[in-house]
Design a protein around this ligand. Structure first.
Ligand SMILES: NC(=O)c1ccc[n+]([C@@H]2O[C@H](COP(=O)([O-])OP(=O)(O)OC[C@H]3O[C@@H](n4cnc5c(N)ncnc54)[C@H](OP(=O)(O)O)[C@@H]3O)[C@@H](O)[C@H]2O)c1
Length: 366
């Protein structure tokens, strides 16, 4: 007997016509995302730190103080894609978009049930950098970040590339330890520019993590900092894993960047440490080197995948934080967690490539 209800009619109609291509496409995309998320591997951030995804997300881009401000809807799509892909670690800073990156993360996480750890930073605000650091300024900044992130206790606060003299003096670490005791921050770490700064920081009691620039174009840390940090139980967070996009292989010498993009205005270190842009390599040279690197890619592996896998193949690394200006980037980066290790031969070829061809071009503190 035919069902008289309208819902029955609807069901019959759906079965009769079959699912639409759009429906199939969306379902497959959902299954695909779930598979990637399920395969994301986790690592500990240092000996006593929390467990986080080995591929995280750099959120400088979603603060977007470089021109084409990423609108809120797109920023949320990037964050949504990250979480669907199994990413559980976000890196931001009080100065990214003058608090905008933190505020967007705070608002997004209000509606998310995922267990996400957020690391922010202190130390590059015009009120403190380079020599006006005080306990009160740190306290005020942490309070403001907590409010924007919408949390009572921040998961991880990192010193944000502050001068070596301030690290040497050391009292800033005492202030961090006080905030930790008060329950305002769970852990503290430091984002550094050089091996020298990294070695200084890992001597500090309670330092949970070091954030460093480390990629195929910047291999010095492999011997000079990573093993030392590992021995102290300090986690390593890798920024610029793609050398500001050079290691995707997608740029040509003609590629133009927006006026307010640091890849335009900081190419030669005009505004801040040259190492933060293209890993310190002159752009045109970087494009040539990246083109040469394409010949090293194993079959079925993209440049992005080889570059990210190269970093993940170092056990000392806790997580990598590629930045993304589009949700499309996320899946391409998250997949690195699920790829096989690079062969020993390829690892040694990439080391020789760096030694012979790349090292001499790196500018700035290192
Ligand atoms: N001092 C510090 O502590 C400091 C300094 C710098 C950065 N950071 C942190 O580190 C994070 C990462 O650094 P970063 O963003 O400068 O460098 P990055 O991760 O090496 O490069 C990011 C850029 O690479 C491109 N990209 C990323 N994934 C891609 C993919 N799958 N396919 C194609 N292109 C892709 C995008 O370029 P397009 O936008 O051109 O497409 C993106 O903007 C930042 O977001 C920030 O959280 C910290």
């Amino acid at each position: 007997m035919a069902c008289p209800s309208s819902s029955g009619k609807y069901r019959f109609g759906k079965l009769h016509n079959g699912p639409t291509p759009q429906f199939l496409h969306q379902t497959l995309a959902r299954i695909n995302r779930k598979l990637i998320a399920n395969k994301m591997k986790k690592r500990h951030l240092g000996n006593n730190g929390f467990e986080i995804s080995e591929v995280g997300l750099g959120c400088w881009q979603i603060g977007a103080n470089w021109g084409n401000e990423i609108e809120k809807k797109k920023a949320f799509k990037i964050l949504d894609e990250a979480i669907s892909s199994g990413i559980t670690f976000l890196d931001t800073a009080d100065v990214y978009g003058d608090g905008r990156s933190e505020a967007l993360i705070g608002e997004f996480l209000k509606h998310s049930k995922a267990d996400i750890k957020v690391a922010t930073k202190f130390g590059r605000g015009a009120n403190v950098f380079p020599n006006k650091y005080t306990e009160q300024a740190l306290r005020d900044s942490v309070d403001a970040s907590s409010e924007r992130l919408n949390v009572e206790c921040i998961d991880l606060v990192q010193l944000h590339c502050i001068p070596t003299e301030v690290l040497e003096k050391g009292e800033i670490f005492d202030w961090l330890r006080i905030l930790q005791k008060e329950g305002k921050i769970q852990h503290f770490g430091a984002s550094v520019e050089s091996v020298e700064q990294g070695l200084l920081c890992i001597e500090q009691e309670g330092l949970q993590s070091l954030q460093v620039i480390y990629n195929i174009f910047r291999q010095k840390l492999t011997k000079e900092l990573l093993p030392q940090a590992y021995a102290k139980g300090v986690g390593i967070i890798v920024r610029l894993p793609l050398a500001s996009g050079l290691l995707t292989g997608k740029f040509t010498k003609e590629t133009q960047f927006l006026e307010n993009d640091h890849r335009n205005f900081n190419r030669d270190g005009e505004a801040f440490n040259v190492g933060e842009t293209f890993a310190g390599i002159p752009f045109e040279t970087g494009v040539e080197l990246a083109d040469e690197l394409k010949t090293f890619c194993p079959e079925h592996m993209s440049m992005v995948e080889m570059s990210l896998r190269w970093i993940l193949d170092h056990k000392e690394v806790s997580t990598i934080i590629p930045g993304a200006s589009s949700p499309i980037h996320i899946k391409g980066n998250a997949i690195a967690s699920n790829l096989p290790h690079l062969s020993e031969k390829l690892m040694s070829d990439l080391e020789a490539f760096y030694d012979n061809k790349v090292h001499k071009h790196i500018r700035g503190v290192y």
